[in-house]
Design a protein around this ligand. Structure first.
Ligand code: F6R
Length: 639
């Protein structure tokens, strides 16, 4: 997938290339969200400066959420280091929850001041954010006056947007009208689910909001929408390539003359030109692309690999592949490639020819570290493989990277504190109980409560690892400091975090490392935990033993690797599926009322089983053996 770096995001028209023929909105894909955000901040800064030169106000429409944070950071940096002034800037924020106090840390008022306004020289009277406390009687007039103020300033010069998974822009949820203005809206369930972590549970998420309308947004002279991460890929594709529809309000942007979507690779990955480039343009057929196309072709036609014909390739945009290879050769090669990924010996098969096996046969007994971002990702994502590695005699260590304390409910913590108090009455237990009782919507856990919650997760992890037969001494709780903020917002990775990972790798000197490879989510804890492993391995690269250490990536609870990406597939018997289920059951605090469930209401063991069954089924549908379930891994190769 070619990344466009440092293009002028403003002036490249849509439709210039054949590859964009399915696309109705101009978009630019960057290697990562950081580079993209800097480019957008530069565009905004240029506009502010241009307006300054002609003594005009610059009217900006601003968004909140995770997407624009880095843009604001960069604008603040430009103000502090390059003298970018905001004295001629007027801002209008898209939306605010209703009801919502300005002081509430979840308010968009708080967000904007925290990320931008408190750090630049904007005049307070030039900042406009919908008032989350306006009364029912006054709200209609209030919205009309918000609209009018924008018009009085001559309209928005630039509108920054994020996109929700419902396709909302601002809080214009599905059903929003093309002509809508600023108004009160009822939030979609998916939007509330997405906001639930920040509010520590969906019940605390407001049901309504004030939002600028579609017509307000479309009135802007220039619009830039930011999209980061795999989570946004599907809605971005539907918005850019689908028909204009009130069911996906962002599609209204197709009618705007000066709108650009700025994406990272994850968010752009479902666009046709990236997902199936062979149906849009001639391709350079690398081995990876060929594998991807063949899996796609089989799925599309409902055929096994070995039954694909010349006509199948020809009819589906892959005729140029046949100029290089015979279809039968292609089929055999792909079949073998997949066949060779399957192994019941994730640590390598002793005394076997390993030429075509995913892992090396030697050393027969390997040292292994399984890094688990939260204290249950190990069993959820690779419980079967974990079990096999122990059973096959390897020296397995599991390292829980974060305490996971934030995902334990107050009710659970109180239950345990009360048990502790009943066994041995103590001031500490009482203090924890009192602090949980006194907790309000916007207060954070005390450090004692967090410690208890972390300990609950430790206890559950030991239950799972003991069940799998791992000695307690091989279980390591790293409690990485970046995670320990007591809130959803985490700190950046620090030297201290990386040193902790370096030390454990250095001590164990593993032959294999397993880590959660959720590459696409730029904000999530899994991505930060993976970056810590990457950085640690980089720092250790001069050690003689590290070249023999292979890094295998598994996917977290939400996604699985595409079949064509998988490099090791570990089949599980029905009995092993049950063992894995029991290990997941040990994580009682994450069962039933899971705090961070997303919009998937299945419990973790169900998701894990369905996903593993699905991988096995897909192998089988491609013409390979029929297993009960399979766990999948990709080997990460360092440059
Ligand atoms: C925020 C807003 C929303 C967000 C959207 C994406 O002011 O209006 O439309 O832009 O929900 O949120 P993130 O960026 O958090 O994924």
């Amino acid at each position: 997938m070619a990344a466009r770096i440092k293009t002028d995001i403003r002036y490249k028209p849509v439709g210039q290339f054949e590859e964009t023929r399915f696309e109705k909105i101009h978009n630019v894909i960057f290697e990562n969200s950081n580079d993209a955000s800097i480019e957008v901040a530069e565009e905004i800064a240029k506009l502010i400066r241009r307006k300054q030169l002609s003594d005009e106000m610059c009217v900006l429409g601003l968004a909140t959420g995770s997407s624009p944070i880095r843009v604001y950071e960069e604008l603040v940096r430009m103000h502090q280091e390059e003298g970018l002034s905001f004295e001629n800037v007027v801002t209008f924020n898209l939306d605010e929850y209703l009801p919502m106090d300005k002081e509430n840390t979840q308010s968009y008022h708080y967000f904007m001041h925290e990320h931008l306004f408190n750090h630049v020289d904007i005049l307070p009277e030039n900042v406009h954010i919908p008032d989350g406390k306006v009364s029912n009687e006054k709200v209609v007039d209030y919205c009309l006056s918000y609209e009018k103020k924008i018009k009085d300033f001559g309209g928005l010069d630039f509108q920054l947007l994020g996109i929700g998974r419902t396709g909302h822009i601002g809080f214009n949820e599905p059903g929003s009208h093309y002509n809508s203005g600023t108004r009160v809206i009822t939030l979609d369930h998916i939007t509330r689910v997405d906001a639930a972590p920040a509010f520590l549970g969906i019940d605390n998420v407001p049901r309504k909001a004030i939002t600028m309308g579609i017509a307000t947004v479309l009135g802007a002279k220039r619009i830039v929408l930011l999209g980061w991460g795999q989570n946004k890929a599907e809605i971005i594709k539907n918005t850019v390539e689908g028909e204009i529809s009130s069911q996906v309000p962002a599609t209204y942007l197709q009618s705007h003359k000066n709108c650009t979507f700025v994406l990272d690779i994850g968010a752009g990955s479902e666009l046709t030109r990236n997902r199936t480039p062979w149906i849009v343009k001639p391709c350079e057929w690398t081995e990876e692309l060929t594998a991807k196309a063949i899996v796609w072709l089989c799925t599309k036609l409902g055929k096994t690999i070995l039954s694909l014909t010349d006509k199948d390739y020809n009819d589906n945009g892959m005729a140029d592949l046949l100029m290089i290879h015979d279809s039968y050769d292609l089929n055999i090669k792909m079949f073998n490639r997949l066949q060779h990924t399957i192994t019941g010996w994730p640590g390598g098969k002793p005394n076997a020819d390993d030429t075509n096996r995913p892992e090396r046969a030697t050393p027969i007994k390997k040292r292994v570290i399984i890094f688990s971002p939260h204290p249950d990702d190990d069993v959820i994502s690779m419980g079967g493989t974990f079990d096999r590695l122990i059973e096959q005699g390897h020296e397995v260590h599991v390292a829980y990277q974060t305490s996971g304390n934030i995902a334990v409910s107050d009710a659970d913590a109180r239950k345990y504190a009360e048990i502790a108090k009943r066994i041995a009455p103590s001031e500490e237990a009482q203090a924890i109980i009192d602090s949980i009782k006194a907790k309000t919507e916007s207060s954070f856990d005390s450090s004692e409560v967090r410690k208890l919650k972390g300990n609950i997760r430790r206890g559950e992890s030991y239950e799972a690892t003991r069940y799998l037969g791992l000695a307690d001494g091989n279980v390591h709780f790293l409690d990485l400091p970046f995670y320990e903020t007591g809130t959803i917002k985490k700190n950046n990775l620090s030297e201290e975090d990386i040193a902790i990972i370096v030390n454990i790798i250095q001590d164990i000197k593993p032959h294999q490392i397993f880590a959660a490879g959720d590459l696409a989510d730029p904000h999530g804890t899994h991505r930060v935990c993976l970056d810590a492993v990457f950085e640690a391995m980089k720092q250790l690269k001069s050690e003689s033993w590290i070249k023999d250490c292979w890094l295998w990536l598994y996917r977290g609870a939400w996604h699985e690797w595409d079949i064509n990406e998988i490099e090791m597939a570990v089949p599980m018997s029905p009995g092993q599926v049950l063992r894995k289920r029991n290990a997941i059951f040990a994580h009682q605090s994450q069962k039933d009322g899971v705090m961070f469930q997303g919009d998937d209401t299945r419990e973790f063991w169900m998701r894990a089983e369905e996903r593993n069954r699905d991988t096995a089924r897909r192998y089988n549908e491609l013409g390979l053996s029929d297993y009960a379930a399979m766990e999948a891994f990709v080997r990460h190769k360092f440059d």
